[in-house]
Design a protein around this ligand. Sequence first.
Ligand code: F6R
Length: 242
Amino acid sequence: MKIYVGEDYKEMSRKAANIMSAQIILKPDSVIGLATGSTPIGIYDQLVKWYEKGDLDFSNVVSINLDEYKGLSGDNDQSYRYFMNKHLFDRINIDKNKTYVPDGLEQDSYKACQQYNNIIEKSGGIDMQLLGLGHNGHIGFNEPGEAFEKETHCVNLTKSTIEANKRFFEREEDVPKQAYTMGIKSIMQAKKILIVVSGKGKADIVKKAFFGPVTPEVPASVLQLHNDVTLVGDRDALCEIL
Ligand code: F6R
């Protein structure tokens, strides 16, 4: 595993954006796996800046996101499709028809997940997968205890996640109870993994995930078995391992 440290969030974002840019410049039709969450926002801002300067061209890039809430449409501002449009896709020259996020409106979970597995397979596989890291070691919506061998599947959100999401919705029945996520197996099939972490709050889990035992109890620990992982973090998040 390669580890790069940035002094702060901004520098971490810039380093990770550099690695993604290199991938796109060297292979303009790259298939890039993308993540939502707070950590990648600075990376997306940086990529947009370089695009605006004329240094990056996304016209041949294919993107495949990790996950989406079941039941939310892309124009719901809590959906991950909405997040991606807002932070990246609407700001660059990517062909929206080549940006994939699981179909939150497909009620048939089996169909939604099979469709997504087909999209990944037909794309030729993910060249570089960007990941964030949950405080409990989750990647995508793969929570502790998930089997390592799963591809895209439907997960039941934990009570605490549903509780935490309540404030974003007018009516309690609108809060998503399930999500579609790439599984650990799908993630592990990416040719390269780029995982980004920021803040003191991630320091313990970074140590557990990358220097502790490989166990489904810490889903990200499986990345120790992947042969091309790059970890980029700010000093706070990496303080336990530097
Ligand atoms: C996002 C995702 C999640 C986040 C993780 C970290 O698509 O699948 O696994 O990457 O929860 O989130 P942040 O970056 O907000 O700490």
